[in-house]
Write a protein that binds this ligand. Sequence first.
Ligand code: G3H
Ligand code: 13P
Ligand code: ZN
Length: 332
Amino acid sequence: MTSYTELGLVNTREMFRKAMEGGYAIPAYNFNNMEQMQAIVQACVETGSPVILQVSSGARKYANQNILRNMARGAVEYARELGREIPIALHLDHGSSFELCKDCIESGFSSVMIDGSHLPYDENVALTKKVCEFAHSQKDYVTVEGELGVLAGVEDDVSAEHSQYTQPEEVEDFVKKTGADSLAISIGTSHGRTKFKPEQCTKDANGVLIPPPLRFDILEEIERKIPGFPIVLHGASSVAAEYVRIIEKHGGHLKDSVGIPEDQLRRAAKSAVCKINIDSDGRLAMTAYIRKTLAEKPEEFDPRNILGPAREALKELYAHKCRNVLGSAGGA
Ligand code: G3H
Ligand code: 13P
Ligand code: ZN
C-alpha cells in the first residue's frame, strides 16, 4: 500500500479550486511511455502549469501499472531537477470497476475516474458513491471523477456509436448522492481522431471539415444547477491539420480526421470546465515526427534519434496547449 503523498503527488482538489478561480483548465495528458512523460513534464515546467498525468486501462496493459506510478514519482523529481516544482496528479482514466479504482488508489494514484456513464442512472450513482466512499476515507484524500452522459467514439474499453448529451436535470442529484469531486459531461466532444462524420460537418473555403459547435447551452445549464462544481471534458483533442498532413505525406492514411477547434476549448476552459483530457493529439504529434524522421533518414536505426524529435514535437504541442488553449500556464 503506497499513498500518493509518498510519491510527491497531489490530488486534484486545490488544482481545480485555483483553475475555477483563474478561469483556466488543468491539462490531463495521457501517458504510456517515458518519452510522453518527459515531454509533459518539460512543457509544464516551462509554462509553469499544474498537470494531471493520466493512465488508461490500455496504458496499464501496455506499460504496467507499477512502472507507470514509479514514472509519476520520477516526473515529480524530474520537474524539480528542471528547476520548478509543479503540482502533479496521477489519475486513472475511465476506471471501469470499483476493484480497479481500489487497486490504483492503493498503489499511489492521487485521483481516479469511475466511468459508470454506460450504466443505468441508479447503478452509476451506486458505483460512483462506493468508489468515493473508499477514496475519500484514505489517510490522504483521493479525488474521484464521475461521468454522466455518453461520448461517441471509444471510451477505452467502453465504446458508443452515438453520443448522449448529459441531462442537466440529473447533475445536482448525481453530485449530491455520490460525493464525486468532479463530473465529466457530454456536450459534443468525442474520443479519437475522427470525432465527427463528414456529413455532420460543414466545409471552409479550402475544403477543410468544420465540426458542429459544442453545446455550450447545456454546459451553462449544468453550471446553473451546480455552481462552482468542477466539470471535466473528455475527447478534447483538436486533431491539428498540420500533423495529419505530415503523417499522410509520409505514407500514413488518416482519412476524415476532425477534432475540437481550439477556440471552443479556450471558451470552455474559462467556464466551470477545470480539466481537459488530451490523448489523440499527442499520438498524432509523435506519429508525425516518427514518420518524418524515418522517411528523411532511411539509414537511421537508433531509437533515440527516432523518438527524440517526436518527444520534442510533443513538448511543443503540450506547451502550446497550456499557454494558448487551456490557459493553465502560470497556474503552478
Ligand atoms: O479515453 C481514452 C484514452 O484516449 C485512452 O485510450 O485505452 O487506447 O490508452 P487507450
Ligand atoms: P482525445 O481522444 O480527444 O484525445 O480524448 C482523450 C480522453 O478523453 C482520455 O480520457
Ligand atoms: Zn476519455
